[in-house]
Design a protein around this ligand. Structure first.
Ligand SMILES: [Zn+2]
Length: 249
């Protein structure tokens, strides 16, 4: 069993190991203070999504889907910046437009702002996720087509189920590294290969030998909080049973 301090550090690592506003790092906190306790906090950009028993949940040492889902809703801040954010209570709205090779993605986000009026530094914490990474998506034998992560995420289930007809779905990064594939094996089975770096689609695998493993946010995470940036997982899976709605169409 890991200690409370080890568990805290494991969670901070998944959130980037530094305060997103002032840049204070976990490494420096450990060097100076010997502990990260009471130094960093997770901020919910949309407080209405905060778990009703957040305090008990975030202190759990064993990692679970519930805990990782909660961390996904947060940004890492040092305690000082977190208090400043709540004291300033500045709400913000951001309109963003991303363009790449003729593709365009517009996003309107609401969120919180923490401001440093001397350094003129403002950090915006969006309450909505916007997936701006671009991927080449190959359906069947067709030429790979460039898509923003947002489009891929919105259509992912359809593409995946579509491999029953198309035979395969492959996803490559912008520089053409394959990060995901789904290949039809039979009418009921498919083979999924998922790289840790493909952070768009969270994965949970339960293995009798190693327990539960999650791949999400660019990390592979184990139940004891150990995490890694590397790795590719290949599993044989069963097609989801089509819902009545889909079947009746
Ligand atoms: Zn800070």
């Amino acid at each position: 069993m890991i200690t409370s301090e080890e568990s805290r550090r494991a969670k901070l690592k998944l959130k980037g190991n530094k305060c997103l506003h002032c840049g204070a790092t976990v490494q420096e906190a450990i060097a100076r203070r010997g502990t990260v306790k009471n130094k960093f906090e997770f901020n919910h950009a949309d407080p209405s999504k905060k778990h009703p028993r957040y305090k008990a949940l975030i202190e759990r040492k064993t990692f679970s889907t519930e805990l990782l889902d909660e961390l996904d809703k947060t940004y890492l801040l040092c305690v000082d910046c977190h208090r400043t954010l709540h004291a300033q209570h500045i709400r913000g709205r951001a309109s963003m437009s991303f363009q790449l090779d003729g593709l365009r993605l517009n996003a309107n986000c609401t969120g919180q702002v923490v401001a440093d009026w001397v350094d003129r530094k403002f950090t915006f914490f969006s309450a909505q996720d916007v997936y701006t990474d671009a991927y080449y998506v190959q359906i069947g034998d067709a030429e790979p087509v460039l898509q923003f992560g947002q489009t891929l995420k919105d259509n992912f289930d359809k593409y995946l189920l579509g491999t029953k007809v198309t035979g395969q779905l492959r996803v490559y990064t912008y520089d053409m590294k394959e990060v995901f594939s789904a290949v039809k094996l039979s009418e009921t089975d498919l083979e999924l290969t998922h790289s840790t770096t493909f952070s768009l689609i969270p994965v949970k695998i339960t293995d009798p030998k190693v327990g539960t493993i999650w791949m999400r946010g660019g990390w592979t995470v184990f139940q004891n909080g150990t995490s890694s940036r590397n790795g590719t997982l290949t599993v044989q899976a069963t097609y989801p049973v089509e819902s009545e709605k889909v079947a009746s169409q």
